[in-house]
Design a protein around this ligand. Structure first.
Ligand SMILES: Cc1cc2nc3c(=O)[nH]c(=O)nc-3n(C[C@H](O)[C@H](O)[C@H](O)COP(=O)(O)OP(=O)(O)OC[C@H]3O[C@@H](n4cnc5c(N)ncnc54)[C@H](O)[C@@H]3O)c2cc1C
Length: 295
Protein backbone atom coordinates (compact mmCIF):
# COMPACT_ATOMS: atom_id res chain seq x y z
CA UNK A 1 0.00 0.00 0.00
CA UNK A 2 1.13 3.52 -0.74
CA UNK A 3 3.91 2.38 -3.10
CA UNK A 4 4.22 5.74 -4.81
CA UNK A 5 3.90 7.66 -1.57
CA UNK A 6 6.61 5.60 0.11
CA UNK A 7 8.97 4.95 -2.80
CA UNK A 8 8.14 7.62 -5.40
CA UNK A 9 7.64 10.86 -3.47
CA UNK A 10 10.93 11.80 -1.75
CA UNK A 11 11.18 12.21 2.02
CA UNK A 12 12.04 15.90 1.66
CA UNK A 13 8.56 16.40 0.18
CA UNK A 14 6.64 13.99 2.42
CA UNK A 15 8.04 12.25 5.48
CA UNK A 16 7.08 8.60 5.71
CA UNK A 17 5.91 8.86 9.33
CA UNK A 18 2.57 9.99 7.87
CA UNK A 19 2.20 6.68 6.00
CA UNK A 20 3.35 4.62 9.02
CA UNK A 21 0.76 6.34 11.21
CA UNK A 22 -2.04 5.65 8.73
CA UNK A 23 -0.94 2.02 8.30
CA UNK A 24 -1.05 1.48 12.05
CA UNK A 25 -4.54 2.96 12.16
CA UNK A 26 -5.77 0.77 9.28
CA UNK A 27 -4.23 -2.35 10.84
CA UNK A 28 -5.91 -1.56 14.16
CA UNK A 29 -9.20 -1.25 12.29
CA UNK A 30 -8.73 -4.80 11.01
CA UNK A 31 -7.20 -4.37 7.56
CA UNK A 32 -4.83 -7.22 6.79
CA UNK A 33 -1.82 -6.24 4.61
CA UNK A 34 0.10 -8.77 2.55
CA UNK A 35 3.26 -7.22 1.13
CA UNK A 36 5.46 -8.71 -1.60
CA UNK A 37 2.49 -10.26 -3.41
CA UNK A 38 1.99 -9.34 -7.07
CA UNK A 39 -1.46 -9.81 -8.56
CA UNK A 40 -1.03 -11.56 -11.90
CA UNK A 41 2.26 -13.18 -10.86
CA UNK A 42 1.87 -14.65 -7.36
CA UNK A 43 -1.87 -14.76 -7.39
CA UNK A 44 -4.43 -14.88 -10.23
CA UNK A 45 -7.22 -12.36 -10.55
CA UNK A 46 -9.79 -15.06 -11.37
CA UNK A 47 -8.96 -16.85 -8.10
CA UNK A 48 -9.21 -13.57 -6.16
CA UNK A 49 -12.61 -12.83 -7.70
CA UNK A 50 -13.82 -16.38 -7.00
CA UNK A 51 -12.73 -16.27 -3.36
CA UNK A 52 -14.15 -12.82 -2.50
CA UNK A 53 -17.47 -10.99 -2.68
CA UNK A 54 -15.84 -7.83 -3.96
CA UNK A 55 -12.39 -6.87 -5.21
CA UNK A 56 -11.19 -3.28 -5.69
CA UNK A 57 -8.08 -2.78 -7.81
CA UNK A 58 -5.97 0.29 -6.98
CA UNK A 59 -2.70 -0.62 -8.68
CA UNK A 60 -1.80 2.88 -9.91
CA UNK A 61 -0.62 3.91 -13.38
CA UNK A 62 3.02 2.97 -13.41
CA UNK A 63 3.92 2.47 -17.10
CA UNK A 64 6.42 5.28 -17.84
CA UNK A 65 6.52 7.19 -21.14
CA UNK A 66 9.78 6.29 -22.91
CA UNK A 67 11.98 8.22 -25.34
CA UNK A 68 12.79 5.88 -28.19
CA UNK A 69 15.68 7.74 -29.84
CA UNK A 70 19.26 6.87 -30.85
CA UNK A 71 21.43 6.04 -27.85
CA UNK A 72 18.50 5.25 -25.51
CA UNK A 73 20.07 1.98 -24.38
CA UNK A 74 23.30 3.60 -23.16
CA UNK A 75 24.27 3.27 -19.49
CA UNK A 76 23.23 6.22 -17.37
CA UNK A 77 19.74 6.73 -18.86
CA UNK A 78 17.01 5.72 -16.42
CA UNK A 79 13.34 6.15 -15.76
CA UNK A 80 12.65 8.47 -12.81
CA UNK A 81 10.98 5.61 -10.98
CA UNK A 82 14.17 3.51 -11.19
CA UNK A 83 16.08 6.39 -9.56
CA UNK A 84 13.70 7.87 -6.93
CA UNK A 85 12.77 4.65 -5.04
CA UNK A 86 16.47 3.87 -4.42
CA UNK A 87 16.90 7.13 -2.50
CA UNK A 88 13.71 6.51 -0.52
CA UNK A 89 15.09 3.08 0.41
CA UNK A 90 18.42 4.60 1.48
CA UNK A 91 16.69 7.21 3.64
CA UNK A 92 14.44 4.48 5.09
CA UNK A 93 17.55 2.31 5.79
CA UNK A 94 16.23 -0.44 3.49
CA UNK A 95 18.51 -2.69 1.41
CA UNK A 96 18.72 -2.04 -2.33
CA UNK A 97 18.39 -5.82 -2.83
CA UNK A 98 21.03 -6.27 -5.53
CA UNK A 99 19.83 -3.35 -7.67
CA UNK A 100 22.38 -1.50 -9.78
CA UNK A 101 22.96 1.71 -7.80
CA UNK A 102 21.94 4.90 -9.56
CA UNK A 103 23.19 8.12 -7.99
CA UNK A 104 23.69 11.69 -9.15
CA UNK A 105 26.76 12.27 -6.97
CA UNK A 106 29.47 14.11 -8.95
CA UNK A 107 27.43 13.97 -12.17
CA UNK A 108 25.97 16.37 -14.68
CA UNK A 109 22.29 15.42 -14.54
CA UNK A 110 19.63 16.10 -17.16
CA UNK A 111 15.98 15.55 -16.23
CA UNK A 112 13.64 15.22 -19.21
CA UNK A 113 10.11 16.27 -18.23
CA UNK A 114 8.88 19.33 -16.37
CA UNK A 115 6.26 17.91 -13.97
CA UNK A 116 6.20 16.83 -10.31
CA UNK A 117 8.23 13.69 -10.96
CA UNK A 118 10.88 15.79 -12.71
CA UNK A 119 10.99 18.15 -9.71
CA UNK A 120 11.49 15.18 -7.37
CA UNK A 121 14.42 14.03 -9.54
CA UNK A 122 15.95 17.53 -9.30
CA UNK A 123 15.65 17.78 -5.50
CA UNK A 124 17.04 14.25 -5.08
CA UNK A 125 19.95 14.86 -7.50
CA UNK A 126 20.93 18.09 -5.73
CA UNK A 127 20.86 16.33 -2.34
CA UNK A 128 23.05 13.53 -3.73
CA UNK A 129 25.69 16.05 -4.86
CA UNK A 130 25.08 16.52 -8.59
CA UNK A 131 27.55 18.89 -10.33
CA UNK A 132 24.72 20.42 -12.36
CA UNK A 133 21.03 19.74 -12.97
CA UNK A 134 19.24 20.75 -16.15
CA UNK A 135 15.54 20.17 -16.72
CA UNK A 136 14.19 19.95 -20.26
CA UNK A 137 10.55 20.54 -21.13
CA UNK A 138 9.08 20.21 -24.63
CA UNK A 139 6.21 22.64 -23.88
CA UNK A 140 6.83 26.37 -24.20
CA UNK A 141 7.50 28.36 -21.03
CA UNK A 142 4.15 29.43 -19.54
CA UNK A 143 3.58 33.17 -18.96
CA UNK A 144 4.66 34.67 -15.61
CA UNK A 145 1.07 35.86 -15.05
CA UNK A 146 -2.04 33.89 -15.98
CA UNK A 147 -4.43 35.27 -18.59
CA UNK A 148 -7.43 36.20 -16.40
CA UNK A 149 -9.67 36.72 -19.43
CA UNK A 150 -9.31 33.14 -20.60
CA UNK A 151 -12.55 31.17 -20.19
CA UNK A 152 -13.41 27.51 -19.85
CA UNK A 153 -12.55 25.07 -21.44
CA UNK A 154 -9.19 26.82 -21.85
CA UNK A 155 -6.91 26.48 -18.84
CA UNK A 156 -5.02 29.60 -17.73
CA UNK A 157 -1.40 28.50 -17.60
CA UNK A 158 1.08 30.23 -15.35
CA UNK A 159 4.79 29.72 -14.74
CA UNK A 160 5.22 27.73 -11.55
CA UNK A 161 8.48 26.99 -9.82
CA UNK A 162 8.71 24.09 -7.38
CA UNK A 163 10.91 24.27 -4.30
CA UNK A 164 13.21 21.71 -5.96
CA UNK A 165 13.54 23.85 -9.09
CA UNK A 166 14.36 26.83 -6.85
CA UNK A 167 17.22 24.83 -5.37
CA UNK A 168 19.20 25.32 -8.53
CA UNK A 169 18.05 23.58 -11.72
CA UNK A 170 18.52 25.21 -15.12
CA UNK A 171 15.14 24.98 -16.84
CA UNK A 172 14.94 24.86 -20.62
CA UNK A 173 11.56 25.03 -22.39
CA UNK A 174 10.53 24.19 -25.99
CA UNK A 175 13.32 21.64 -26.28
CA UNK A 176 13.23 18.29 -28.07
CA UNK A 177 15.97 15.72 -27.49
CA UNK A 178 16.84 14.12 -30.83
CA UNK A 179 19.51 11.64 -29.75
CA UNK A 180 21.86 10.74 -26.91
CA UNK A 181 25.62 11.04 -27.36
CA UNK A 182 27.30 7.85 -26.15
CA UNK A 183 30.96 7.21 -25.20
CA UNK A 184 32.15 3.69 -24.28
CA UNK A 185 28.56 2.55 -23.80
CA UNK A 186 27.74 5.42 -21.40
CA UNK A 187 25.65 8.49 -22.05
CA UNK A 188 27.82 11.60 -22.42
CA UNK A 189 25.48 14.22 -23.89
CA UNK A 190 22.06 15.05 -25.30
CA UNK A 191 21.62 16.40 -28.82
CA UNK A 192 18.75 18.85 -28.67
CA UNK A 193 16.80 21.21 -30.89
CA UNK A 194 14.34 24.01 -30.08
CA UNK A 195 10.71 23.59 -31.19
CA UNK A 196 7.81 26.00 -31.72
CA UNK A 197 4.34 25.73 -30.10
CA UNK A 198 3.40 23.10 -32.69
CA UNK A 199 6.48 21.08 -31.69
CA UNK A 200 8.04 21.75 -35.11
CA UNK A 201 11.81 21.88 -35.13
CA UNK A 202 13.30 25.37 -35.47
CA UNK A 203 16.07 25.42 -38.05
CA UNK A 204 19.65 25.99 -36.87
CA UNK A 205 18.66 25.85 -33.20
CA UNK A 206 20.51 22.62 -32.39
CA UNK A 207 22.58 22.47 -29.22
CA UNK A 208 24.33 19.87 -27.08
CA UNK A 209 24.10 19.38 -23.30
CA UNK A 210 26.73 17.44 -21.37
CA UNK A 211 25.23 14.64 -19.27
CA UNK A 212 26.46 11.70 -17.17
CA UNK A 213 23.01 10.83 -15.86
CA UNK A 214 19.70 11.26 -17.70
CA UNK A 215 16.41 10.82 -15.85
CA UNK A 216 13.25 10.29 -17.91
CA UNK A 217 10.27 11.91 -16.19
CA UNK A 218 7.87 12.41 -19.09
CA UNK A 219 4.78 11.13 -17.38
CA UNK A 220 3.06 7.78 -17.19
CA UNK A 221 1.12 6.25 -20.05
CA UNK A 222 -1.22 3.83 -18.28
CA UNK A 223 -1.50 1.16 -15.62
CA UNK A 224 0.47 -2.04 -16.15
CA UNK A 225 -2.37 -4.45 -16.84
CA UNK A 226 -0.89 -7.17 -19.11
CA UNK A 227 0.04 -9.54 -16.29
CA UNK A 228 -3.04 -8.90 -14.15
CA UNK A 229 -5.47 -9.57 -17.00
CA UNK A 230 -3.55 -12.20 -18.92
CA UNK A 231 -6.17 -14.90 -18.34
CA UNK A 232 -9.27 -12.77 -18.35
CA UNK A 233 -10.47 -9.75 -20.31
CA UNK A 234 -11.55 -6.43 -18.84
CA UNK A 235 -12.68 -3.30 -20.71
CA UNK A 236 -10.05 -0.57 -20.90
CA UNK A 237 -10.54 3.05 -21.97
CA UNK A 238 -8.72 4.42 -25.02
CA UNK A 239 -5.70 5.38 -22.91
CA UNK A 240 -5.37 1.87 -21.47
CA UNK A 241 -6.83 2.66 -18.03
CA UNK A 242 -9.28 0.16 -16.55
CA UNK A 243 -12.73 1.34 -17.63
CA UNK A 244 -15.28 2.33 -14.95
CA UNK A 245 -17.36 5.45 -14.37
CA UNK A 246 -16.81 7.76 -11.41
CA UNK A 247 -20.12 6.90 -9.76
CA UNK A 248 -20.09 3.11 -9.55
CA UNK A 249 -16.34 2.45 -10.08
CA UNK A 250 -17.50 -0.94 -11.36
CA UNK A 251 -15.45 -2.60 -14.11
CA UNK A 252 -16.81 -4.83 -16.86
CA UNK A 253 -16.02 -7.89 -14.72
CA UNK A 254 -18.37 -9.29 -12.10
CA UNK A 255 -17.35 -8.41 -8.51
CA UNK A 256 -14.47 -6.21 -9.71
CA UNK A 257 -14.16 -2.47 -8.97
CA UNK A 258 -11.30 -0.08 -9.73
CA UNK A 259 -10.18 3.24 -8.19
CA UNK A 260 -7.39 5.81 -8.29
CA UNK A 261 -4.74 6.20 -10.98
CA UNK A 262 -5.56 2.76 -12.38
CA UNK A 263 -8.95 4.16 -13.44
CA UNK A 264 -8.23 7.84 -14.15
CA UNK A 265 -4.56 7.66 -15.20
CA UNK A 266 -1.60 9.16 -13.30
CA UNK A 267 -3.03 11.94 -11.16
CA UNK A 268 -2.90 13.32 -7.62
CA UNK A 269 -3.09 11.88 -4.12
CA UNK A 270 -6.28 13.81 -3.34
CA UNK A 271 -8.03 12.17 -6.30
CA UNK A 272 -6.84 8.71 -5.27
CA UNK A 273 -8.26 9.25 -1.76
CA UNK A 274 -11.59 10.50 -3.11
CA UNK A 275 -11.89 7.63 -5.60
CA UNK A 276 -11.03 5.07 -2.91
CA UNK A 277 -13.80 6.41 -0.68
CA UNK A 278 -16.37 6.51 -3.45
CA UNK A 279 -15.47 3.03 -4.68
CA UNK A 280 -15.83 1.71 -1.11
CA UNK A 281 -19.30 3.26 -0.97
CA UNK A 282 -20.25 1.64 -4.27
CA UNK A 283 -19.08 -1.76 -3.03
CA UNK A 284 -20.97 -1.26 0.25
CA UNK A 285 -24.14 -0.53 -1.76
CA UNK A 286 -23.64 -3.58 -3.98
CA UNK A 287 -23.15 -5.86 -0.97
CA UNK A 288 -25.75 -4.37 1.41
CA UNK A 289 -28.31 -2.91 -0.99
CA UNK A 290 -27.72 0.57 0.55
CA UNK A 291 -24.82 2.55 1.98
CA UNK A 292 -24.62 5.10 4.77
CA UNK A 293 -21.00 5.95 3.94
CA UNK A 294 -20.43 9.58 2.98
CA UNK A 295 -19.16 10.52 -0.51
C1 LIG B 1 7.55 10.64 -8.40
C2 LIG B 1 6.12 11.01 -8.18
C3 LIG B 1 5.81 12.16 -7.49
C4 LIG B 1 4.49 12.51 -7.25
N1 LIG B 1 4.23 13.64 -6.54
C5 LIG B 1 2.96 13.94 -6.22
C6 LIG B 1 2.66 15.09 -5.44
O1 LIG B 1 3.55 15.85 -5.05
N2 LIG B 1 1.36 15.33 -5.12
C7 LIG B 1 0.35 14.51 -5.53
O2 LIG B 1 -0.82 14.75 -5.20
N3 LIG B 1 0.61 13.42 -6.29
C8 LIG B 1 1.88 13.12 -6.65
N4 LIG B 1 2.13 12.01 -7.41
C9 LIG B 1 1.00 11.19 -7.89
C10 LIG B 1 0.46 10.30 -6.74
O3 LIG B 1 1.53 9.62 -6.12
C11 LIG B 1 -0.55 9.31 -7.33
O4 LIG B 1 -1.55 10.01 -8.04
C12 LIG B 1 -1.22 8.47 -6.22
O5 LIG B 1 -0.25 7.85 -5.43
C13 LIG B 1 -2.15 7.43 -6.85
O6 LIG B 1 -2.65 6.58 -5.85
P1 LIG B 1 -3.16 5.11 -6.22
O7 LIG B 1 -3.52 4.52 -4.90
O8 LIG B 1 -4.18 5.17 -7.29
O9 LIG B 1 -1.90 4.36 -6.85
P2 LIG B 1 -0.42 4.19 -6.29
O10 LIG B 1 -0.10 5.15 -5.21
O11 LIG B 1 0.43 4.17 -7.51
O12 LIG B 1 -0.46 2.77 -5.62
C14 LIG B 1 -0.53 1.59 -6.39
C15 LIG B 1 0.01 0.44 -5.56
O13 LIG B 1 -0.33 -0.79 -6.18
C16 LIG B 1 0.84 -1.61 -6.21
N5 LIG B 1 0.69 -2.52 -7.35
C17 LIG B 1 0.79 -2.24 -8.68
N6 LIG B 1 0.59 -3.33 -9.42
C18 LIG B 1 0.34 -4.34 -8.54
C19 LIG B 1 0.05 -5.74 -8.69
N7 LIG B 1 -0.03 -6.30 -9.89
N8 LIG B 1 -0.13 -6.49 -7.56
C20 LIG B 1 -0.05 -5.91 -6.33
N9 LIG B 1 0.21 -4.60 -6.12
C21 LIG B 1 0.40 -3.82 -7.22
C22 LIG B 1 1.99 -0.63 -6.35
O14 LIG B 1 3.19 -1.24 -5.92
C23 LIG B 1 1.53 0.49 -5.43
O15 LIG B 1 1.87 0.24 -4.09
C24 LIG B 1 3.45 11.67 -7.72
C25 LIG B 1 3.75 10.52 -8.45
C26 LIG B 1 5.08 10.20 -8.70
C27 LIG B 1 5.42 8.98 -9.51
Amino acid sequence: MGGLLRYGIPDFKMEKTHIDRRLEQLSAEGVHFQCGVELGLDIKINDMIKEHDALILACGAEKPRDLDIEGRNADGIHFAMDFLPQQNRRVGKEMLEGLEEITADGKHVVVIGGGDTGSDCIGTSIRQGALSVTQLEIMPAPPEREDKLLTWPNWPLKMRTSSSQEEGADREFSVLTTSFGVENGKVSSLNCIRVNEKFEKIENSEFVIKADLVLLAMGFVSPITDRIFKDTEVSLDKRGNVLADDKSYKTSLDKLWVAGDMRRGQSLVVWAIREGRQAAKSVDKALMGYSSLSD
